[in-house]
Design a protein around this ligand. Structure first.
Ligand SMILES: Nc1ncnc2c1ncn2[C@@H]1O[C@H](COP(=O)(O)OP(=O)(O)OP(=O)(O)O)[C@@H](O)[C@H]1O
Length: 347
């Protein structure tokens, strides 16, 4: 028996003034599952979140929460928490009163305990009596998170909640929030532009393009088995290499013969493209394919090398930074991969 999903959406379409923003979208989120939506600006992420929250009426499709049709429910009856980019803390209320704001249903004597417990969980011990203007930006964002967590919703909707913070604060807040959500068993759907954030935070990541959800899968699968060329190029670095289908689950490329995961739906001899990630190529001393280093980008532990093969094909490869080469140098590389992902040849 499969458990009832917390959130189930099917065939959901939304528009703004007749212009489609979300098209026939379906996904499910299980209790306690952390999901993330990635996609270029304007692809419909916020519209989808607003439709789930009840702030935007869909044109078509179904939307159920905890197994019940939620389409007719107003936002306050959906039992969800939201955190949007705009914090909207009440400036004249203390931190504790801001956090207590959504706890009307709770007996007064329990409220203070819940507020202090939530502040402690989110790393704001000792700040209950301060006012928002007495806090840093990161602390204010934590108050907004505490306020949405205090009623213990079973689903939290987060629209780029960390985007105003610098990278270091952002990473810490993301990790802390993930830990709190997992500890409390609260599911979340987070909209972000940051792939690393999506990979680190979420159990399941969705990639949207022009209102369509192209793939909804764990980050590892999205990276290693992208469903479409758009997902392949939007998520992570990667280059496409021209290839030809061979017998026996293999393709011929200018890097030699490479294995594919399963039987291909293309005839032997067909022209296809394969995806090569920078971590699919390793430096190799004597064997391997010779290429020229075109550019090097130092990234700390690793350096991203742009390489050009003898036939002019450009590829990228991550080398440990102590093996970093110089532009113009010739290097040998060999593929280090379980299999390549194959797409139809470009038009
Ligand atoms: N209130 C509105 N009125 C008219 N069109 C809108 C409105 N809100 C969004 N749109 C349009 O709907 C489409 C989807 O917008 P949405 O904000 O959902 O995208 P998004 O993926 O969240 O973008 P971003 O990453 O930039 O926040 C866009 O073309 C946008 O211009």
């Amino acid at each position: 028996m499969t458990a009832t999903p917390l959130l189930a959406i099917d065939g959901l379409s939304c528009s703004h003034a007749g212009q489609p923003a979300v098209r026939g979208l379906g996904l499910t989120l299980q209790p306690g599952e952390l999901g993330c939506l990635l996609g270029p600006s304007g692809c419909g992420k916020t519209t989808l979140l607003r439709a789930i929250a009840g702030f935007h009426a869909p044109d078509a499709g179904t939307l159920s929460l905890r197994g019940k049709d939620a389409r007719a429910l107003p936002p306050e009856k959906r039992g969800l928490g939201f955190v949007f980019q705009d914090l909207a803390l009440f400036p004249h209320l203390t931190v504790a009163d801001n956090v207590a704001f959504g706890l009307h249903g709770l007996a007064r004597d329990l409220r203070r305990g819940r507020v202090l417990e939530t502040l402690s969980l989110i790393g704001l011990d000792g700040l209950a009596d301060r006012y928002p203007h007495e806090l840093s930006g990161g602390q204010q964002q934590r108050v907004a998170l505490a306020r949405s967590l205090a009623p213990r919703p079973d689903l939290l909707l987060l629209d780029e909640p960390f985007s105003s913070l610098d990278a270091d604060l952002r990473g810490r807040l993301r990790d802390d929030l993930r830990a709190v959500l997992k500890r409390l068993g609260i599911a979340a759907l987070l909209v972000t532009h940051d792939q690393e954030e999506a990979f680190v935070f979420a159990d399941t990541v969705g990639v949207m393009q022009a209102g369509v959800l192209l793939q909804w899968a764990p980050g590892f699968e999205l990276y290693h088995r992208p469903a479409t060329p758009f997902v392949a190029s939007f998520v992570g670095d990667g280059r496409f290499l021209e290839a030809r289908v061979l017998e026996g689950n293999r393709v011929a490329t200018s890097l030699g013969e490479l294995p594919v995961a399963a039987a291909l739906p293309y005839a032997v001899g067909s022209a296809v493209r394969v995806l090569l990630r920078p971590d699919d190529l390793m430096p190799s001393d004597d064997e391997g394919i010779e290429c020229e280093v075109r550019a090097v980008a130092f990234r700390g532990a690793e350096s991203l090398h742009t390489l050009v093969l003898a036939d002019g094909t450009a590829l990228t490869a991550l080398f440990p930074s102590h093996q970093q080469r110089e532009p113009g140098q010739r290097v040998r590389v060999k593929p280090d991969l379980a299999h390549v992902v194959v797409f139809p040849a470009a038009d």
